[in-house]
Ligand binder design. Structure first.
Ligand code: FAD
Length: 475
C-alpha cells in the first residue's frame, strides 16, 4: 500500500536514545522522522526519570544540608514544605529541557510524529496518532515508509503481580508526581531508583522501610562503597530488610497492609501510606510488532544487536534500554550516535571500555569500568589504591569526609581498569576516571597530573599517588 510519509531514517521512540539518534542522523544529512507517543520529547529520562528525580534530589540535599548547619553554628527553622510549588519547580525543570529538545528537532528539520508505532513490514511503520497530555488515540493512522530505522522504544517499570491496583501503590513515575508526602512508605527493591526516591521522600519527612530480596542494596556496586552509604543512611530509614520478600499487600482504609517473608521479615504485617515498587524495568520489545519487520525479540522483550547496533535485519538498528543492561541514558545516547553513523555508512562501532553508574543518593555512589567484584569473578589480577576522604581538606571543610576514592589497576600493565567513588558529588567526580580508563592511563599519568587544591577531585590524583610505584617509577 501507499505511505503518508516517506523518510530515509525513521526513529521509533524519543527518549535519550531516540532523540540523539534522530539528531545525529539529521546532522549527517538523512531525512529523518521521529515517532513518539507522548506529547513531549525526552522519553523516560527527561519526563519521568533522570531529570525530575535529580530536581527533587537537589531540593532534598539542600534541605538536609540546611539541617546539618546547626552543628556548624547556623540554625535554620523547621522547613515549611509547599508541595505545589515544589512540584511546579520540578515541572519547570522538565519543561525547559523538553522544550529545548523540540527546538533542536525543529532546527534540524527532524519531523516528529505523535503516536504509537507498530511495524507493518521491514520498510513500513503504522502510527496510531495520539493527542492530549497522555497518549489517547485520536483514531487516525498514518503509515511511514522508511529506508532505515532505529528502534529506541525503551522500557517500563515492572509491576509485581500480587500488588493491588490502588492509588497509594506507585512506581517511580507515580512517586515523582509528588501528590502527597506519606507518613510511612515502603520501598520494594533496593536498587538505585528505589533508593533515590527513598532519599527524596525521607528528606521531606517520610519514614521509610526498604525491602530487598537479595542480600545487599545497589548490587552493582562494590560492598565497601555501599557500606559507607549505609552508615550515613542508617538514621534515614526505619528498617532495611535484606533477603526478604513482600508476600501480600492488602488495601485497607487505614493503609496498605503488607506481609513479609524471609531473613529480616517483621513478625507482624506492617501498615504503610504508600508503596513504591522499584523492582526493575522491562524492555518494550514485545509491543512494537517487531515480528512484522522480521526483527528478533527475545522472550523478555530485548532486541539483540551487533557492535554497530544492527539487529538481525540489516537496515534496522536498536539502541538504549530495549537492547539490554545497563539501562542508562548515557549508554543510550552513545549507542544512538553509533547507530545513526553506521546507518549513514560511517565505520562507527560501540567499543566503550566503561559505562559509569551513579546512585545520586546522599552520599552519592559512583563507579566506572571494572568493579572489584567483577575482577574477582573474571580472574583479573588487579592492584588497588584507596584515598580516604578523611584525609581530604575539602571534604573535611564541607563536613562530609565519610567518602573515599578507589582506583583499580591491571597488575601487569598498571593501566587503570576501574574505579569508584563514594561521597558528595561522586557522580560528577567519576568522569575523570571514565576518561582515564578510556585513555588507558597508568598511576603516574593520574598522580602526576596537577589537580586543583582543595577539591574533592584532588582525591583522584591522591589515590593514584598512593599506588605503589608512582614515586619510584620516574625515569
Ligand atoms: P526511553 O527513555 O524509555 O524512551 C523510549 C520512548 O519511546 C518513550 O518516550 C516512549 O513513550 C516511546 N515509545 C515506546 N514505544 C513506542 C511506540 N510503540 N510508539 C511510539 N513511541 C514509543 N539513567 C541515567 O543514566 N541516569 C539517571 O540518573 C537515571 N535516573 C532514572 C530515574 C528513574 C526514576 C528512571 C525510571 C530511570 C532513570 N534512568 C537514569 C534510566 C533512563 O531513564 C533510561 O535508561 C533512558 O531513558 C533510556 O532511554 P531510551 O531512549 O532507551 O528509552
Amino acid at each position: 500500500g501507499g505511505a503518508d510519509l516517506e523518510c530515509e531514517m525513521l526513529v521509533l521512540g524519543a527518549g535519550p536514545g531516540g532523540y540523539s539518534a534522530a539528531f545525529r542522523a539529521a546532522d549527517l544529512g538523512m531525512k529523518t522522522v521521529l515517532v513518539e507517543r507522548y506529547a513531549t520529547l525526552g522519553g523516560v529520562c527527561l519526563n519521568v526519570g533522570c531529570i525530575p528525580s535529580k530536581a527533587l534530589l537537589h531540593v532534598a540535599a539542600v534541605t538536609d544540608a540546611a539541617k546539618d548547619m546547626a552543628d556548624h553554628g547556623i540554625a535554620f527553622g523547621k522547613p515549611k514544605i509547599d508541595l505545589d510549588k515544589l512540584r511546579g519547580w520540578k515541572e519547570k525543570v522538565v519543561g525547559k529541557l523538553t522544550g529545548g529538545l523540540a527546538g533542536m528537532a525543529k532546527a534540524r528539520k527532524v519531523q516528529t510524529l505523535r503516536g504509537v508505532g507498530t511495524f507493518l513490514d521491514p520498510h513500513h511503520l503504522e502510527v496510531a496518532l495520539t493527542s492530549g497530555d497522555g497518549r489517547e488515540p485520536t483514531g487516525e493512522k498514518q503509515v511511514v515508509k522508511f529506508d532505515k530505522c532505529i528502534i529506541a522504544a525503551g522500557s517500563q517499570s515492572v509491576k509485581l503481580p500480587f500488588i493491588p491496583d490502588d492509588p497509594r501503590v506507585v512506581d517511580s513515575t507515580g512517586a515523582l508526581e509528588l501528590t502527597t508526602i506519606p507518613k510511612r512508605m515502603l520501598v520494594i527493591g533496593g536498587g538505585i531508583i528505589g533508593l533515590e526516591m527513598a532519599t527524596v521522600y525521607s528528606s521531606l519527612g517520610t519514614r521509610i522501610d526498604v525491602v530487598e530480596m537479595l542480600d545487599g542494596l545497589m548490587t552493582g556496586a562494590d560492598r565497601d562503597l555501599v557500606k559507607v552509604w549505609e552508615k550515613v543512611n542508617t538514621p534515614r530509614f526505619d528498617k532495611v530488610m535484606l533477603k526478604t520478600r513482600t508476600t501480600a499487600v492488602k488495601a485497607q482504609k487505614n493503609g496498605l497492609k503488607v506481609s513479609f517473608e524471609g531473613d529480616n521479615a517483621p513478625a507482624e504485617p506492617q501498615l504503610y501510606d504508600m508503596i513504591l515498587q522499584s523492582v526493575g524495568r522491562s524492555p518494550n520489545g514485545n509491543k512494537i510488532a517487531a515480528e512484522n519487520a522480521g526483527v528478533a525479540v527475545d522472550e523478555r522483550g530485548f532486541i539483540a544487536t551487533d557492535k554497530q547496533m544492527r539487529t538481525n535485519v540489516g537496515h534496522i538498528f536498536a539502541i538504549g534500554d530495549i537492547i539490554g543492561q545497563p539501562m542508562l541514558a548515557h549508554k543510550a545516547v552513545h549507542e544512538a550516535h553509533v547507530a545513526a553513523e553506521a546507518a549513514a555508512g560511517l565505520k562507527s562501532f560501540f567499543d566503550a571500555r566503561q559505562i559509569p553508574s551513579v546512585a545520586y543518593t546522599d552520599p552519592e555512589v559512583a563507579w566506572a569500568g571494572k568493579t572489584e567484584t567483577e575482577c574477582k569473578a573474571e580472574g583479573i589480577k588487579y592492584g588497588k589504591a584507596v584515598f580516604p576522604w578523611a584525609a581530604s581538606g575539602r571534604a573535611i571543610a564541607n563536613g562530609r569526609d565519610e567518602g573515599f576514592t578507589k582506583l583499580l589497576f591491571d597488575e601487569q600493565t598498571h593501566r587503570i581498569i576501574g574505579g569508584a567513588i563514594v561521597g558528595t558529588q561522586a557522580g560528577d567526580l567519576i568522569s575523570e576516571l571514565c576518561l582515564a580508563i578510556e585513555m588507558g592511563c597508568d598511576p603516574v599519568d593520574i598522580g602526576k597530573t596537577i589537580h586543583p587544591h582543595p577539591t574533592l577531585g584532588e582525591s583522584v590524583g591522591m589515590a593514584a599517588e598512593l599506588f605503589e610505584g608512582v614515586c619510584t617509577d620516574l625515569p
